[in-house]
Ligand binder design. Structure first.
Ligand code: GLC
Length: 412
């Protein structure tokens, strides 16, 4: 039987404590991120961030109009839809969602693009027989040299199709359309999901100045001057904290963060993303929870067989009293660390770019949209870090894929 820790300090409380972040630490993270962003924008320093040009050079007006086929390849799903921009801050859209199979995510990139093309063609077969302009939302870093061209820099999250790194992702898809359905589909825009979120929400609310994704991965886009041109910039903030050792890192990495990174496909990359985004929070909890669950049972044969007939008894009698409560606290602390870190970077971007009041940051992604507790944590943290009501957090009202249609209409 496990010892009873009720009333005293749980021997594993230090694990939970390692996930807490002090206000002082948050302030230094905000300052370090602002420095890093500034040097990336001004001098092209890409050791952590990428600050990629989007070629979207104006904020949405809400008057853009047209009908577009829109595609969104995200961390978990592929969405294919049709959006109709009505030109008065309103749009309609309908889309189909397909889960991308694991085998496709880590196989040949050509198979991935065959998969995308196949789903798009199935969707288009139900549309009137006419040509369509296509917007492509692609949730990975791409070096763009125009609105509808861009070379894939790297995959991340659970994707690892290295044979197409360096290839133009628009060309890969357009080639398939031209072969399978000549003359019907022309890709006119390529946007990151953060850019799509920014533009889609901005179409409805003109005070939008930032698009943030908190989903399988995390990232943000905002408006700034890059190489002499004002445009929306894809920060690729998931890489914040890369290239610096644990002891010198401004991010407070725990041993669990270090383990997760060491065992990941993209070791040494996306440090901030691995601490914050949905793909990793469950794994952070699982690794810590194992320690809690085995506490008291480390010695072989210490778990009496009689408990196996009633798992609740194992929890009640076998585990240290208070352990379930501790697990609850652990889960909340992991969520709160993520929310505080995301809020810190949103605050930093706002402090750099504020040019209007309100300054609306539109957030999309399942970690945020499906989790009311998390939403509250972010709003509370942002309010605390800015000490003002000027920065307003809103759940994105448009899907990123709608943004890819809006930028086509805006460029016409
Ligand atoms: C990853 C990608 C980035 C994307 C984000 C959210 O960080 O590198 O491009 O915006 O995930 O999907």
């Amino acid at each position: 039987m496990s010892p009873d820790y009720e009333g005293g300090q749980h021997p594993l409380a230090f694990i939970i404590d390692s996930f807490r972040i002090s206000d002082e630490k948050i302030n230094s993270i905000i300052a370090d991120f602002k420095d890093e962003l500034d040097s990336c924008i001004r001098t092209g320093n890409k050791r952590m961030l990428k600050c990629l040009p989007s070629f979207v050079e104006s904020l949405p007006k809400g008057t853009e109009a047209g009908e577009f086929v829109v595609i969104d390849l995200g961390g978990t799903n592929l969405r294919v839809g049709l959006c109709t921009l009505q030109g008065c801050h309103q749009f309609e859209q309908q889309h189909d969602t397909f889960e991308v199979p694991d085998a496709i995510k880590s196989g040949s990139g050509h198979k991935l693009f065959d998969f995308i093309a196949e789903k798009v063609l199935a969707f288009v077969s139900n549309l009137p027989l006419k040509p369509y302009d296509v917007g492509f939302t692609f949730s990975f870093p791409v070096e763009q040299n125009g609105l509808s061209h861009g070379k894939l820099i790297q995959f991340n999250k659970a994707y690892d199709c290295h044979d197409i790194v360096g290839h133009d992702v628009v060309q890969l898809l357009q080639e398939r359309f031209d072969k399978l359905l000549p003359g019907r589909l022309t890709i006119r825009s390529l946007v990151n999901d953060t850019v799509g979120t920014f533009v889609a929400h901005g179409y409805i609310n003109p005070s939008t100045r930032m698009g943030v994704i908190l989903g399988t991965g995390t990232n943000a886009a905002y408006f700034d001057t890059l190489n002499g041109t004002r445009m929306i910039i894809n920060i690729e903030w998931g890489g914040f904290g890369d290239s610096v050792s644990v002891d010198k890192n401004s991010l407070p990495l725990t041993p669990v963060d270090v383990e997760i990174d060491a065992e990941s496909e993209n070791k040494g990359r996306q440090t901030f993303e691995k601490m914050v985004s949905g793909m990793y929070l469950g794994e952070q909890f699982r690794r810590c929870a194992l320690d809690f669950l085995t506490l008291g049972y480390e010695t072989p044969y210490s778990l009496d067989t009689k408990y196996l007939t009633d798992i609740e008894l194992v929890l009640k009698n076998g585990l240290a009293a208070g352990t379930v409560q501790m697990l609850n606290q652990l889960a909340l602390t992991i969520l709160e660390r993520s929310a505080k870190l995301a809020a810190a970077l949103i605050t930093a971007v706002y402090q750099r770019a504020r040019d209007s009041s309100p300054f609306v940051a539109a957030i999309d992604g399942s970690l945020y949209t499906k989790n009311p507790t998390y939403k509250e944590m972010i709003s509370k943290a942002v309010q605390q870090y800015t000490q003002s009501d000027e920065l307003v957090i809103e759940a994105s009202k448009g899907e990123p894929l709608v943004g890819s249609g809006i930028v086509i209409a805006a460029a016409k």
